[in-house]
Design a protein around this ligand. Sequence first.
Ligand SMILES: Cc1cc2nc3c(=O)[nH]c(=O)nc-3n(C[C@H](O)[C@H](O)[C@H](O)COP(=O)(O)O)c2cc1C
Length: 418
Amino acid sequence: MAALTDPITLPSGLVLPHRILKAPMTENLADADLQPTEAHERLYRRWARGAAGGLLITGNLMIDRRQLERSRNIVADARLDVARLRRVREAAADSPVIAQLNHPGRQTNRFLSGRPVAPSAEAGAVRMMGLFAAPRALRAEEVERLVRAFGESAARCEQAGLDGVQVHAAHGYLLAQFLSPHVNRRTDAWGGDVAGRARALVEAVRAVRAATRPGFTVAVKLNSSDFRHGGFTEDDAEQVVGLLVEEGVDLIEISGGTYENPALFGEVDDLRGSGSGTSVKEAYFAAFARRVRDRAAGVPLALTGGIRTREAMERLLADGVDLIGLGRPLAIDPDATARLVAGDPGRTLRRYTLPTVAGLAGESEWYETQIGRMGAGLEPDPGLRPVVAAARFIGGEAVRGLGERRRRARAIAALDAR
Ligand SMILES: Cc1cc2nc3c(=O)[nH]c(=O)nc-3n(C[C@H](O)[C@H](O)[C@H](O)COP(=O)(O)O)c2cc1C
C-alpha cells in the first residue's frame, strides 16, 4: 500500500515525489490577446512554493479562440506566445507542470459566445439562469479539425517545456458532450454507442500522442458520470477507461458532473440516492475509482473532488487510488500540500456559496478571486464575501466579454476564412 509520501513514476517516465497533485483550476489571467502573463508566473511560483515538488495541472487552456470558457483563458492556438508559456513553466521550478487542454462546446456563456457549438443541437442551451445560448451542431469536418487542434496545442505546450497535457473530457465541456448520449445525438461516426461517442476523445488523445515526443505525459480528466438521467453513466465511464488504457494514456483523473449538475463541487442531491456509494462528505467519486481500479490496469488513477483530510487520502491510496487531486483547498491555502506531505492531518473547508440559485457561481468565483489575488502577488483572503466575489466576477466577464465582442468577431472571421 502506497503512502502519501511515496514517489510514483507515471508510464511516461515522469517522476512525482508524492501523491498529491494540484487539480486544474481556471486562472482567467491571460491578457486581452489571450496570452500567458506575469500573473500566471506569480501564481505558479506561489503554488510551486507550497507543492513540495508535486504535480501542478494548469487551469484549462483553450484549443480554439472562437469558443472560450472564460474571457481571459490562455489559448494554445497558432498565436500562442510559447516563450511566455515557458516562463510560466520556469516559475514552477521543480514542480512538474501539465497543461489542461479544453474546448467548452455549449458551456460558453453569452458574454463570450452568442453561438456555441456542440455535438448536436437537440439538447439545446445549458440551463442556467439564461446565461447560455443555444448551440449549433458541429459539422463532421469541424470535429476533425478540433480533434487535430488538441494535438497542435499539445505540441506548443511541449515546445514551451511543459511536462505534458491533460485532455479535458469531464465537467460537461465539448469532449464530455460527445460522451453524453443526452447531448450527443449524432448518427455519424462521432455518435451512437459508447465507442462512437468516445471517438472524439480517443482521436484527441491520438492527435496529442502523434504531435509530441515519447516521454511527454498524456493525461485525461474523465467524469464518473454526468449525474443526469439519459446522460453519461458509470457503466459508460468504465468502458471509456478501458478505451483509454488501450490508448496508453499516462494518467486518468476522475471527477464528475456538469454546469447543470455540479457534482464536481459535491452539489448534486442525487449523489446520496444514486446507489453509487458516492459521498457528498469527502471524496465524492471514490466508489467509482474503486470500481474501475482493475479496469484501469497499469494506468495511474487520480481522484479529485472533496478530498480534504490526510486520513481520507490514506484510505483512498489503500483502495488503489494513485494520486489525490486538490482544487479548492489550494486556492485558499497554497501551502496545504507541503503541510499534508509533512504529516499535517488536513482540514475541511467551509462552503462559500451564495444562499441563492447562483450557488455554483458564488462558490467557484470566490475561489477564482483568490487565484486572482495570488496572480497579483497577494495571499488569499479568507474574509472575502461570496456576494462581492460573485458580483465582481460576473461584472468583469460581462464587461470584458461583451466589450471585446467586435474585436473577437474580427479574429474569428479571419480564422473562418482560412
Ligand atoms: C475556481 C475553480 C476553477 C476550476 N477550473 C477547472 C478547470 O479549468 N478544469 C477542470 O478540470 N476543473 C476545474 N475546476 C474543478 C477542480 O479541478 C476540481 O475538480 C473541483 O474543484 C473539486 O475538487 P476540490 O473539492 O478539491 O475543490 C475548478 C474548480 C475551481 C474551484
